[in-house]
Design a protein around this ligand. Sequence first.
Ligand code: ZN
Ligand code: ZN
Length: 65
Amino acid sequence: MAKKAAPQSVKACSCPYCEAEIVDRRLPYCQACHVEIVRCNTCLTVIPKGKDSCPSCGRKVKKTK
Ligand SMILES: [Zn+2]
Ligand SMILES: [Zn+2]
């Protein structure tokens, strides 16, 4: 049992607009292009542009506008 357990890699969050990695997930916007990021309330996955449901858990995302 010398298998090294790889740390569960957290799916990198990336901006759906400029595809820059979102380093600080607490920020509600992309640090690169300063666009507002919509996240799934359930799993915090970044919702891609134009989608109204989470690609990860399928939950509908409430649009705030
Ligand atoms: Zn961006
Ligand atoms: Zn989700």
